[in-house]
Design a binder for this molecule. Structure first.
Ligand code: NOJ
Length: 743
């Protein structure tokens, strides 16, 4: 009898489990939602920051009052919290554990701006996959990345965290990261992506973080929103609203953007989280009266989860009772969060296998991908032939500068978990890899990037006299970029310029390697060096990558993902600016050329500065290598094409030098006449092409004419027929154009 009962119970349970398993995600969401109290629903919308285990927070989890946590990644602590949610709460809904895994978890990759310089989305996807494998082993199933903010102002410290100034490049990088984090197949190594910051945060006035922005709806739609739309279409599970107020409306209270554009126009089904306290900060903005009002505004704007404002957990029930928010909207917000939790398999696998955590870190594959990413992200800006070093001629090198052996700083901003003990610095790598070929003298000169130190410089200069070549590692410490770390002066800090000048004065060749979180103003460095290799903050394996590039075992292939200004006063300076009525033509007179008391000269009436040329130091898309490439004229497959057509655009690329190398071949377009003014050039494609010395290849792009669509005068996205120019070129400022007409 008892045995019968047991077997009936087992059959019933197995049936229940398999019925549950057969239920669609939506059915599971609905059946759970039916069982939830209002408090439990609101709890799912609440995200808390935790540090260590505390009983109060665990108590909230037992009562179903927390949907997600951030900032903790100790597996033991996380398992305890998860147990409180899964085994000790009424409905057992798992937490979704989040963290800022921005360019690596343990193995640090180059900062995102550096990754963008690779123009290699496949490699970036692989890096994001590796970050997900490492982070999910520690229980992190949700990262606040990719940051898709277009940034045209290097004073803004967070330019380091994104892909730079160009919409197309940003889109390719963002989609690659989303695919990498989440995985092609969702499994236990999938980490939900969070596209951020929605939107225009990178346009902060004056480059000062958290500042207001004033981007028009048309520019939002043409420049700032496309990367978000593409990532949503690629399956990004979550999105974060930004801190800024744009045109007077804080993003976290902007229903037009979240409800209408994101959900209505793009069909986003994931969930939206606020930025840290960006709900309650609407009080500071003068947009909300108090935290309750802020919650009402954010919730009705479509923000599902409250990160650290305690607004929903404290006031949403009251707001519902007062009829200020609806039950339907609460249910929908809960649905979108539960959907992601089901999709990630958190209900089946909520816990971390504590024994396997460590073995997931710093694998050989991860380190190699990080090294390769650092190689591809380095941009050779100048070279008078000193690079690559010729080991048969160079007997002694001086390794100097504050970044030569800075294991923490070369990792860059947002390095929470990457351990500097694993960093391979240039000094270490040069000694390890080339210590048998050349004698290495190390004399740092300056010990950190902001230091003023005449004695240190004197020592470096003395040491330089014993060397054949000076390898100077300069740049910015990690803390000079990133969130809330903006600058007005974007030249090298401390005594670095003085030191470079002193080293240069020795007459020995100076090879500069610059590690920084942004593009810097480099006029002085260009004048006082023989080569500049710019590697942004290159991550854990930056040392071997840079050493191999310097000694010629790797060839540079990175291209600038941002325009490098000559002077900070040119900022914002970006290649794809609109056509002005009086474009600069390169014949402008500079201040020192204008005679005293002269009237206005006829040449000067264009859009430029009297005391600085219009041109940048280095344009977008620029980068040299150890060979030379020659571009043939751009040719189009047809002179006319329909709005739904595809146009073949081609050019012959020839390696005219002596080394095999990879060139990032870029496709640019200009729409000559529009219903609104259009950019002088826009990137529409790129390919990495590797050629042996003497080899030529016809590089072909298939330009989908629909990719030329934009929001014109009537604010409808479409291709406007007319004449276009097109270039296949090695950067945004060169190339021989061809023309075509869209009919
Ligand atoms: C604030 C930052 O703006 C955001 O990017 C980050 O993800 C959150 N803090 C969480 O750390």
């Amino acid at each position: 009898m008892v045995r019968n009962l047991i077997s009936i119970a087992v059959v019933a349970l197995t049936t229940a489990i398999s019925v549950f398993a057969q239920q669609t995600e939506e059915q599971r969401v609905e059946s759970l939602l039916q069982q939830m109290t209002l408090q439990e629903k609101i709890g799912q919308l609440n995200q808390l920051s935790v540090g260590g285990f505390d009983q109060n927070t665990a108590g909230m989890m037992r009562s179903g009052l927390v949907g997600s946590i951030l900032n903790e990644c100790n597996p033991k602590v996380l398992n305890r919290y998860q147990k409180a949610a899964v085994e000790e709460s009424r409905l057992g809904i798992p937490l979704i554990i989040s963290r800022d895994v921005i360019h690596g978890f343990k193995t640090m990759f180059p900062i995102p701006l550096g990754l963008a310089a690779t123009f290699d989305p496949e490699l970036v996807q692989q890096g994001a996959r590796i970050s997900a494998v490492e982070a999910t082993a520690s229980g992190i199933r949700w990262t606040f990345s990719p940051m898709l903010d277009i940034a045209r102002d290097p004073r803004w410290g967070r330019i380091a965290e994104g892909s730079g100034e160009d919409t197309y490049l940003d889109t390719q990088m963002g989609v690659a990261m989303v695919k990498g984090y989440q995985g092609e197949v969702i499994d236990q190594t999938s980490m939900a992506a969070c596209v951020k910051h929605f939107v225009a945060y990178g346009a902060a006035e004056g480059g000062r973080d958290y500042n207001s922005t004033g981007v028009s709806e048309r520019t939002l739609r043409n420049v700032y929103l496309p990367p978000f739309e593409a990532c949503v279409k690629a399956g990004a599970m979550t999105l974060m609203t930004s801190f800024n107020d744009n045109d007077g409306i804080p993003s976290t209270g902007n229903g037009f953007l979240v409800n209408d554009v994101l959900r209505g126009e793009w069909g986003f089904e994931g969930f939206v989280v606020s930025d840290w306290a960006s709900i309650s900060e609407m009080i500071n903005h003068g947009y909300a009266e108090n935290n309750k009002h802020a919650g009402e505004l954010a919730f009705n704007a479509g923000v599902d989860m409250d990160m650290m404002s305690y607004s929903y957990i404290s006031h949403l029930e009251e707001l519902l009772n007062e009829g200020k928010v609806s039950m339907e909207a609460i249910d929908n917000a809960v649905r979108s969060i539960l959907r992601v939790k089901f999709r990630l398999g958190l209900f089946e696998n909520p816990y971390i296998d504590e024994d396997k955590v460590e073995s997931a870190f710093y694998s050989a594959e991860a380190l190699e991908a990080a090294r390769k990413s650092a190689v591809e992200s380095a941009v050779l800006l100048t070279n008078n032939g000193v690079l690559p070093l010729d080991k048969s001629k160079v007997k002694t090198v001086l390794v100097t500068g504050p970044m030569a052996d800075a294991p923490h700083d070369q990792l860059g901003t947002w390095t929470f978990d990457g351990d500097p003990a694993h960093t391979v610095t240039p000094l270490k790598a040069i000694k390890q890899l080339y210590g048998n070929d050349v004698k290495v003298i190390y004399e740092p000169g300056l010990t950190y990037s902001r230091e003023f130190n005449d004695d240190g410089i004197a020592k470096a200069v003395k040491a330089a006299k014993k060397a054949d070549v000076i390898l100077a590692f300069m740049g910015e410490e990690a803390i000079l970029s990133g969130e809330a770390h903006s600058l007005v002066d974007i030249t090298l800090k401390g005594d670095q310029r003085k030191m470079i000048e002193a080293l240069h004065a020795t007459g020995k060749p100076v090879v500069l390697n610059i590690m920084a979180g942004r593009q810097l103003v480099l006029d002085h460095e260009v004048a006082h060096s023989d080569a500049i290799l710019y590697s942004f903050h290159p991550g854990t394996m930056g040392g071997p990558a840079i050493a191999q590039l310097i000694f010629g075992d790797e060839t540079p292939s990175g291209k600038t993902p941002v325009t490098f200004p000559k002077h900070v006063g040119q900022v914002p300076l970006y290649y794809n600016h609109n056509m002005t009525g009086r474009p600069a033509n390169g014949r402008e007179e500079m201040l020192h050329e204008i005679p005293l008391r002269a009237g206005q000269t006829s040449l000067g009436m264009t859009s430029y500065w009297l005391d600085c040329p219009f041109a940048p130091e280095f344009p977008f898309g620029y980068g040299l290598t150890y060979t030379t490439f020659e571009y043939g004229a751009t040719a189009v497959g047809a002179a006319e094409v329909g709005t739904d057509g595809v146009l073949k655009v081609k050019a012959t690329l020839k390696n005219t030098g002596k080394k095999e190398a990879t060139e990032v071949v870029q496709l640019y377009v200009r729409d000559l006449v529009g219903s609104v003014t259009r950019p002088v050039r826009e990137l529409k494609g790129f390919q990495r092409v590797t050629l042996a010395p003497g080899e030529s290849r016809e590089v072909v792009f298939e330009l989908d004419i629909q990719d030329l669509a934009f929001y014109g005068k009537d604010m409808v996205k479409k291709v406007e027929p007319g004449k276009f120019q097109v270039w296949i070129a090695g950067d945004s400022a060169s190339g021989v154009l061809a023309e075509f007409e869209v009919k």
